[in-house]
Ligand binder design. Structure first.
Ligand code: TXA
Ligand code: MG
Length: 346
């Protein structure tokens, strides 16, 4: 398949191209588009055919449900059973990097929800995503635009790498502002369960409703445990060189890394401040300053992809992020990339 590429940072002046990509989606085709979190692989959310095509293009197991993207929170009405809490969350955090799981209506095929009776609803903030969904005039189902198992794409080049030739169009809207996928909260009555941490933190959500954090956010699933979110059971983002997370006092971890950095087979996802202190033979992937979690969130997936372009590396190290605030989202992605391998450093 020939993939058309468009460069659209701002929908203004690009109405024709957006209408063209919207036509592709409306007629059952697939297109990659930017959101403020990561790039999405879009298809018409009301179409079983489009859902199947998405799973196939991604190489994704079809029991892992898709998020439907709407242009405004109330646009979810025909597709999901909304509630007062949904609208309170929407008033605070939509458009933005939040996904809410609600009971689904008949209008959404089971192929989209992986057979579940619930549906994930998100109203993205990115102007290109919003313009595209509005032009389609229906919700757009979109998982992250990576091949299954790879880190989510935070720029068009990543999506091109993974999906060129497998989708009809890719819109390059520049680098994603957040860099980690949306926060997912499942509503049960007036309570919320945090299924995936993201830029909207648990603390921010708990200003609107009572929130508990699903155990799988921080811990490995027990064998045979049924996850609340099917996505939790899949190994994600795993770089080809096994990743080890280092947990300990800053100076102790730095000393450990200084030792290891003599080894040319080692790669280190380090803080920017550590660059001049780790001048061995190791390959360094700076992800931002120690205290600058937003930059680390923006760079993490690109760093994991970059590490995979160095076939000589046999071991990767990174700092274990602090498990609170935005750190919880980084922690969650890192422990999955590391398959829960954490080394204590004294
Ligand atoms: O930021 C994002 O959310 C991006 C952009 C493109 O919007 N999308 C994204 O989609 O990350 P995806 O498919 O890569 O991740 C969606 C996650 C999966 O882990 C899936 O299992 C979970 O959401 N999910 C979707 N529908 C669900 C449902 N009904 N119940 C529980 N989990 C659900
Ligand atoms: Mg994904």
């Amino acid at each position: 398949m020939n993939t058309e590429l468009f460069h659209i940072q701002d929908p203004k002046g690009h109405e024709q191209e957006i209408a063209h990509v919207a036509d592709i989606l409306r007629t059952g085709g697939l297109a990659v588009f930017p959101t403020e979190t990561v790039y999405g692989l879009g298809g018409l959310a009301t179409s079983e055919h489009a859902a199947k095509a998405i799973y196939e293009a991604k190489g994704r197991p079809s029991d892992n449900p898709l998020i439907i993207h709407v242009a405004a929170p109330e646009d979810a009405e025909p597709y999901a059973v909304t509630s007062e809490i949904y609208y309170r969350l929407a008033a605070q955090f939509m458009p933005g990097p939040l996904t809410v799981i609600l009971s689904k209506k008949e209008t959404i095929p089971h192929a989209v929800t992986g057979g579940l009776d619930t549906v994930a609803v998100r109203c993205p903030a990115h102007p290109v995503a919003r313009a595209l969904i509005e032009a389609v005039g229906a919700p757009v189902a979109a998982p992250s635009a990576n091949r299954s198992g790879r880190p989510s794409p935070t720029c068009a080049a990543h999506a091109i790498e993974d999906l060129s030739g497998r989708v009809a169009a890719i819109i390059d809207g520049g680098e994603c502002e957040v860099g980690l996928e949306s926060t997912i909260i499942k509503l049960e009555g007036d309570k919320g369960i945090l299924l995936r941490p993201g830029a909207i933190t648990a603390d921010a959500l708990s200003c609107v409703c009572e929130v508990s954090i699903a155990p799988a956010v921080t811990a490995a699933l027990a064998e045979n445990e049924r996850p609340l979110s099917p996505g939790m059971k899949y190994r994600h983002y795993a770089p080809h060189a096994p990743l080890v997370l280092l947990d300990g006092a800053q100076d102790a971890v730095l000393r450990y890394l200084q030792n290891e950095s003599a080894d040319p087979a080692v790669g280190i996802l380090c803080y920017d401040e550590e660059l001049p202190l780790l001048s061995g033979k190791a390959t360094l992937f700076p992800i931002g300053k120690k205290e600058d979690l937003p930059t680390q969130a923006r760079r993490l997936f690109a760093a994991l992809r970059e590490a995979d372009t160095h076939p000589a590396l046999t071991k990767l190290y990174a700092h274990l992020p602090p498990p609170n605030g935005l750190g919880l989202a980084l922690y969650n992605r890192c422990i999955r990339a590391a398959a829960h391998t954490v080394k204590k450093i004294d």
